[in-house]
Ligand binder design. Structure first.
Ligand SMILES: [Zn+2]
Length: 211
């Protein structure tokens, strides 16, 4: 199994404890019940019951939050200084539903006037992520170059789509960082595409600043 990873950008500009871990065991973070939608949940505390959502928000003094993935994109967002943070599970359905835009809007309301930084974790890469044309139509911006894979089906760089959405939402290029490898061809990360039902789940978590 791979080592856990952190984002130097998130550490430097938000100062928050966070990580991308190939194994959720041993990391304590509140997680929503993920349903590939666009809802953003804000737990009242670490012991709050899970609710259906694909993004979680926490403010200064609040609990660590997280999402689990196996090829979908784990995205951690933080307001500078860590006054508010979000963890987002971004698969193509959630992207199409607007989960990233919803999380950013909630963060801007929670931490007005603060710049946001984003760390995009390990996910299926443009090297491996074959999709049907419907997925391309649903999520790919016109400018994103889509190349056919070895079997003629298009390959989609899902992290590139996430980055495009972040840029459109107003984040500067230097406020966005990619962390870690493609989960399918990289070593040590859970991949549903590669391992099917046997695949484990990786955890992306982030904790806001103290109250
Ligand atoms: Zn790959």
């Amino acid at each position: 199994m791979a080592e856990s990873l952190t984002s130097p950008l998130l550490t430097r500009r938000a100062g928050v404890r966070h990580g991308f871990s190939p194994d959720p065991a041993g990391v304590s973070a509140w997680r929503p019940q993920q349903v590939h939608g666009a809802a953003v949940a804000e737990p009242t505390g670490a012991a709050a019951p899970p609710v259906p959502a694909d993004a979680a928000l926490s403010r200064a003094g609040g609990p660590a939050i997280g999402v689990v993935t196996a090829d979908c994109v784990p995205l951690l967002l933080a307001a500078e200084g860590g006054a508010a943070v979000a963890a987002v599970h971004a698969g193509w359905r959630g992207l199409a539903a607007g989960v990233i835009e919803a999380a950013i809007e909630r963060l801007r309301t929670a931490a007005p006037g603060r710049a946001l930084v984003a760390a995009i974790g390990p996910a299926a890469g443009g090297c491996c992520y074959e999709v049907g044309p419907g997925v391309i139509e649903a999520v790919a911006p016109a400018a994103l170059r889509v190349v056919p894979g070895p079997r003629g089906r298009p390959l989609l760089d899902l992290r590139g789509v996430v980055e495009d959405r972040l840029r459109r939402a107003g984040l500067a290029p230097e406020a966005i960082e990619r962390v870690g490898p493609c989960t399918v061809c990289g070593q040590g990360w859970p991949s549903y595409r590669r391992d099917g039902e046997r695949a484990g789940r990786a955890l992306a978590f982030v904790e806001p600043a103290g109250a």
